[in-house]
Design a protein around this ligand. Structure first.
Ligand SMILES: Cc1cc2nc3c(=O)[nH]c(=O)nc-3n(C[C@H](O)[C@H](O)[C@H](O)COP(=O)(O)OP(=O)(O)OC[C@H]3O[C@@H](n4cnc5c(N)ncnc54)[C@H](O)[C@@H]3O)c2cc1C
Length: 382
């Protein structure tokens, strides 16, 4: 068993770490406070190749593997979860559907500018009444005169309304199968489609510098060729997109936990009580040891899932284990890191306060903790 990263993986990780510490971390507090989308950081990530990291070079990507991509997400999340989710949602949810299921023409038209980071793209699965129960999608697309006529609403869609968003790929009911069950397909909806509108940004507890909106479709018409892959394959496609996305959410959770650990470690050495740095109290040093032990554990799980994906193996169970463990771990670690800050941790000028708010979504997005357990119970034959 080889635990060493390749030279390329190490290089991408250190590039991401340098970018995160020099360019993202100093801005994170202000972006969060002002809920400001980081256009310039997205442009910089595009320049560094991060917006298309795991896609092949022929489609504008950097040709890196999943391990490198996960390490880059982790390093960026260590500095700022909003910037990390902007990149990870763009790659795993926005661009990957084109990479996996697009026709050659769709790849050239949509994937290439996305992989180069010239545009962002959303993936619209969730609806006001269909989240965990994603198969209960109510949005309908009817084929009329060579066009899909779309009606419905999508909720909580990341990267869907920025100035550089090109559109969103949505799941919709496109008909009924012979057995009476609903046929679900994925449809590409460019931003300028008449009848397609975006709400204002949600006001969120965390990930405040990221872009999340509700989408509305009222007789929104797109050409028939905007179907992604074969008709009726939407359900299978989104499950496979979410499987891959779980690796990046695990990486994001671990990055956030590492960032919280960094903050707590530094603070524990500076803060004095009873005549010595608080890191010298066993109660505090044991917390720090436990935090890093759990982070190392989660990192191994996440890297294993990424490696299995790169090896072309069935990585679904490993990705679900990693996502579940990393989401819950980030909760414990960020909570302890704030505890180490005492009352100052409750003040917004300390990064740990933002990290505490940013953490919660790691246990909800891309499948809640409960849904991960459902997926795993099924995979375990229960
Ligand atoms: C900031 C943010 C960004 C997001 N970005 C996107 C995006 O880009 N694209 C997208 O499509 N979606 C996105 N989402 C949606 C996200 O994936 C959903 O919020 C999530 O899947 C949960 O769905 P829900 O909110 O409808 O909760 P619900 O499904 O209503 O769940 C409510 C509670 O019930 C539990 N529950 C539900 N069913 C079961 C069950 N069978 N057994 C046990 N417990 C159950 C859940 O675990 C949860 O605790 C985003 C959400 C947020 C908050």
């Amino acid at each position: 068993m080889d635990f060493d990263l390749t030279d390329e993986q190490k290089a991408i990780q250190s590039l991401a770490r340098e970018f995160a510490s020099e360019e993202v971390a100093p801005r994170a507090e202000e972006m969060d406070r002002e809920e400001r989308f980081p256009y310039d950081l997205v442009a910089k990530m595009a320049e560094l190749g991060f917006m298309g990291l795991p896609f092949s070079e022929e489609y504008g990507g950097a040709g890196a593997d999943t391990v490198s991509y996960a390490l880059a997400v982790m390093e960026i999340a260590r500095a700022d979860a909003s910037t990390a989710i902007t990149m990870a949602a763009h790659v795993s949810l926005g661009a990957t559907p084109f990479y996996l299921f697009g026709t050659e023409k769709q790849k050239q038209q949509y994937l290439v500018p996305l992989a180069r980071g010239e545009k962002l793209w959303g993936f619209g699965l969730t609806e006001p009444n269909a989240g965990s129960d994603a198969g209960n999608v109510q949005t309908k697309a009817e084929l009329r005169d060579g066009r899909w006529l779309i009606n419905g609403t999508k909720a909580f869609i990341t990267n869907s309304g920025t100035d550089i968003t090109g559109g969103t790929t949505i799941t919709a009911v496109t008909g009924k199968r012979a057995d009476g069950s609903r046929e679900i397909s994925n449809i590409i909806v460019p931003q300028d489609t008449p009848g397609f509108s975006r709400s204002r940004k949600y006001r969120k507890m965390g990930w405040r510098a990221s872009d999340t909106r509700e989408l509305s479709f009222v007789d929104a018409a797109v050409p028939e060729e905007n179907l992604l892959g074969p008709r009726g394959e939407g359900y299978r496609q989104f499950l496979s997109i979410l499987d891959g996305g779980r690796i990046s959410v695990a990486a994001l959770s671990i990055g956030l936990a590492l960032g919280a650990y960094d903050q707590a470690l530094a603070y524990s050495k500076e803060r004095h009580a009873f005549g010595k740095p608080i890191s010298k109290f066993q109660a505090i040093s044991f917390k720090l040891v436990d935090m890093l032990t759990q982070i190392e554990h989660a990192k191994l799980m996440m890297l294993r899932a990424a490696w299995e994906k790169d090896e072309g193996r069935d990585y679904v169970q490993a990705a679900s284990f990693a996502k579940l463990f990393a989401g819950e771990l980030s909760h414990r670690v960020v909570n302890e890191a704030l505890q180490i800050h005492g009352g100052y941790g409750f003040m917004d000028e300390y990064p740990i306060s933002r990290m505490y708010r940013d953490q919660k979504i790691n246990e909800i997005g891309e499948g809640t903790n409960e849904v991960q357990r459902l997926v795993l119970a099924r995979l375990m034959g229960l």
